[in-house]
Design a protein. Structure first.
Length: 183
């Protein structure tokens, strides 16, 4: 199953991204507003760079199966504009070469929604964030688990074995992009 292959083959990259984003610090008492702004900005730059090219490459067959109209998240940053630190110069042109590669990048985008739910839940108990509603990190609300299960099912059911390498390349491209963002 391609979803399991992606999880295992990209584990090291995933762990390095979590380290870069200070993810473990979220669960400690010293997480700051600056830490949150940095994390949100990294996610904004990632989606600003990849969301449009990824969705443009996905064919109609994925539209209904993946409920693509509900998976766009870039607009959620408008609700947290004061916490995104971006001049616009940090947006990059990245080539997404085929639909299978786009699915690999979408795997990283969608996987982050699981962590986002945990981030929002933890930070809502932090006194520094009592005024936050975390629209990006709570993008699917109570449907996060079902949206992830749907995505995994479609990946495993529809992606042909001969496309697995390109899907993996897409996921790796997404993780390398995140690792290359300036601290």
């Amino acid at each position: 199953m391609i979803a399991d292959i992606l999880k295992h083959q990209t584990k090291e990259l995933h762990d390095r991204v979590e380290l870069k984003f200070n993810s473990s610090k979220i669960f400690q008492d010293d997480y700051t507003s600056d830490d949150y702004r940095k994390l949100l900005t990294f996610n904004y730059i990632f989606l600003k760079t990849f969301e449009q090219p990824v969705f443009r490459l996905l064919s109609e067959k994925y539209g209904d199966m993946l409920m693509l109209r509900h998976r766009r998240k870039l607009h959620l940053f408008d609700l947290e504009r004061e916490d995104v630190i971006s001049s616009g110069d940090d947006i990059h042109e990245i080539a997404v070469n085929c639909e299978a590669e786009a699915l690999g990048i979408l795997y990283v985008m969608e996987g982050s929604t699981l962590g986002g739910t945990m981030i929002a839940k933890k930070l809502e108990g932090n006194p520094l964030f009592t005024d936050k509603t975390f629209p990006y990190f709570r993008c699917y609300g109570e449907r996060t688990g079902s949206m992830w299960k749907n995505f995994r099912f479609v990946l495993n059911d529809v992606v042909r074995e001969e496309e697995h390498d390109q899907v993996l390349i897409g996921a790796e491209k997404a993780y390398h992009f995140l690792l290359g963002l300036p601290d």
